[in-house]
Design a protein around this ligand. Sequence first.
Ligand SMILES: C[S@@+](CC[C@H](N)C(=O)[O-])C[C@H]1O[C@@H](n2cnc3c(N)ncnc32)[C@H](O)[C@@H]1O
Length: 242
Amino acid sequence: MKKDEGEAIRQYAKSFEAYHHWRTKENPKGWFYNDYLEVPAVNELLGDIRGKKVLDFGCGTGIYIKILIKKGAIVKGFDISNDMLSIARKENPQLDLRQGSGYDIPFREKFDIVLASLVVHYLSDWNKMFQEIARVLRKGGYFVFSTGNPVVGTVKKRDQGANYFHDKKVSVGWKDNDGGEMRMYYYHKTYEEIIRTIIKNGFEIVDYRDCFPIRRAKKNFPKEYERYSKEPLFSAWKIKKK
Ligand SMILES: C[S@@+](CC[C@H](N)C(=O)[O-])C[C@H]1O[C@@H](n2cnc3c(N)ncnc32)[C@H](O)[C@@H]1O
């Protein structure tokens, strides 16, 4: 097992209940960062997926699974964390949801689309990851993924010595299952690394979003809207297997 895989398992063992809580229950208006920012952009990139075979890579507690099913897709999923999966399986007992890593995807069949929402930054080796995604995608299939915006992420931490060009492993503050503070570690990639790795592994970039907040956020989350309509927190990519 790679070091980053063990880290992801440990980090989500400490925080899976907290994660599911804040994504689904903390606020009746939803969770700004996902429901008003990242999910709408990814939804646009997914487009019409009725009848398409979609693999949810890093499906977590299964929040996207519900969205994908609503959009009419045929969904399977996997995640490295059995803790995250325990919630996804409980809420979707009819689905094929497997434990496994993006470095060794636990499926042998081909999919039309692989989706990875806010997952890829937990993997350090993107060559290995893209090779695996290419293996499970049909020719002409799409990989849709979202991650942090690497420039804005660094600028925000400039006073802590962050370096866009040299940083590899970074962290953010997170909540654990007991309501305590923890650090969540992930891997920083520059735009150059992201784009060159995509091209090198036989993919073509077909669409991209900076994740601008949806209009409803202005009323429901005015403070966050004000900030994130001026700086892009996330990036969302649609790439095609050639
Ligand atoms: C921020 S959560 C996102 C979960 C889900 N995609 C969502 O949108 O709610 C990141 C997920 O990536 C998973 N993950 C991290 N490293 C992974 C790896 N190497 N292979 C598969 N899943 C991984 C974690 O276990 C966690 O469930």
